[in-house]
Design a protein. Structure first.
Length: 417
């Protein structure tokens, strides 16, 4: 025969909660473990109805709020031979859930670190790397807004942001003196993260309309070796949000970020420099093409000039040769006046050649140092008559050149050269 006292002692000693109900769902018994799980929240009393939440279809319950909340596994068991009697079995799984959540967070953290490490070997653009880093941080430490900044000289430069622009505050590209804020100065000095649990209780916090929503902030140094390369800032709208676990994880994460950001920035700077060099090369190539075209034009002009000069030399030389040949052949038949005409023609053609050579030398000097243009009035009739006299020996006695000019033909101006 079962001793009722022994059975009661055994039920009270069970570490899990037990509640026994009759067929009308009235509480017939509950052990100390059940009372400990619920306290006075459910008002467990023998002879009173069981709360509906314990008879639903849920397999798990959350009792309490915040840090004091408990996760309870629930199972309803039929009472065997006792018709209508049921037993509610309750097991505290808070620690199990906490361990599972911790394990999940740890896996997410390891995966995020692996992702950042992967990006070190598969860098694309700086923007892609920074956006990917923000995505991975969100898996490890959820946040409302954040920035990644680097130190350049005496300034800190924000090279990426997440969550600020949506709130009407565009911080991308902002620069400010590195020693202008307390948190950054302390991070550089200690090389450790700086945590502000509640900015409204932080005397050094600078209030601005754009950051009125911020309640909690953490600043983490990004280091290359022992040198602080930049900063990761995360902010939350919830006070006391960032904790020691976030602190430690972000410390490990930030060094990986520093390597990724530095390498991506170097690659980005290299790509920008290559683009600048390509532009310079293209500009110089265009200049060389233009210079080559000019050189080709000059060569063509030089060829035409040589052709013209050759022609100009041929005419006086032909006249001289003709005059000397006439003198050689017929000097004994010529009158002194006729002989004098041929001699004067030769002298004129020699003077013409001399002038042509002088003009060529003058043009060469002018090309080197330039020359002034000095136009002056010219007697056009006299100029034409002189030209006729110079070419008359070429015509011989068989042709006659007649100059026909209007009485009024104006006074042209030209340089003697």
């Amino acid at each position: 025969m079962v001793n009722p006292k022994t059975t009661l002692d055994a039920l009270n000693a069970i570490p899990d909660g037990l509640i026994i109900l009759d067929e009308q769902n009235l509480v017939q018994f509950f052990n100390p473990a059940a009372r400990a799980l619920f306290g006075d929240d459910l008002g467990l009393t023998v002879g009173c109805p069981i709360p509906d939440m314990l008879l639903g279809s849920a397999n798990e319950l959350t009792i309490g709020q915040g840090a004091a909340a408990r996760q309870i596994a629930l199972r309803v068991i039929a009472g065997g031979q006792s018709q209508g009697v049921r037993v509610i079995w309750l097991h505290d799984i808070t620690e199990q859930k906490r361990l599972q959540e911790s394990e999940r967070e740890q896996r997410a953290f390891i995966e995020a670190l692996r992702e950042v490490g992967s990006r070190l070997n598969t860098l694309t653009s700086l923007d892609d790397v920074l956006n990917g880093i923000f995505d991975q941080i969100m898996h490890v430490v959820p946040y409302d807004a954040g920035t990644i900044s680097v130190i350049e000289g005496d300034e800190t430069w924000i090279i990426s942001e997440r969550g600020y622009k949506e709130r009407g505050f565009d911080v991308f590209g902002m620069r400010f003196p590195t020693d202008s804020t307390t948190n950054i100065k302390q991070v550089i000095s200690t090389k450790r993260p700086f945590l502000i649990p509640d900015v409204r209780e932080e005397p050094t916090w600078i209030k601005t309309p754009n950051t009125e929503w911020v309640r909690s902030q953490v600043t983490v140094p990004m280091k290359i070796g022992s040198t602080v390369f930049g900063f990761l800032h995360l902010e939350s709208a919830m006070p006391n949000y960032f904790n020691q676990t976030h602190y430690e994880r972000l410390s490990l994460f930030a060094d990986q970020i520093a390597i990724a950001v530095r390498n991506a920035k170097l690659l980005d700077d290299y790509a920008r420099r290559v683009a600048e060099l390509e532009e310079i090369i293209e500009t110089r190539t265009a200049s060389l093409r233009e210079a080559l075209a000019n050189e080709q034009a000059i060569n063509a002009l030089r060829s035409r000039f040589i052709s013209v000069v050759s022609h100009e030399f041929k005419n006086p030389l032909a006249s001289i040769l003709l005059s000397t040949d006439m003198i050689k052949r017929y000097a004994h038949r010529m009158t002194p006046e006729r002989l004098q005409e041929y001699v004067e023609s030769i002298q004129a053609q020699v003077s013409s050649l001399t002038l042509l050579i002088d003009d060529m030398l003058f043009a060469h000097r002018a090309e080197q140092v330039g020359f002034p243009f000095k136009p002056h009035p010219v007697d056009l009739r006299r100029f034409c008559e002189q030209s006729i006299r110079e070419i008359m020996p070429l015509t011989g006695d068989r042709h006659q050149i007649t100059l026909i000019m209007p009485d009024e033909c104006g006074v042209p101006v030209m340089d003697e050269r």
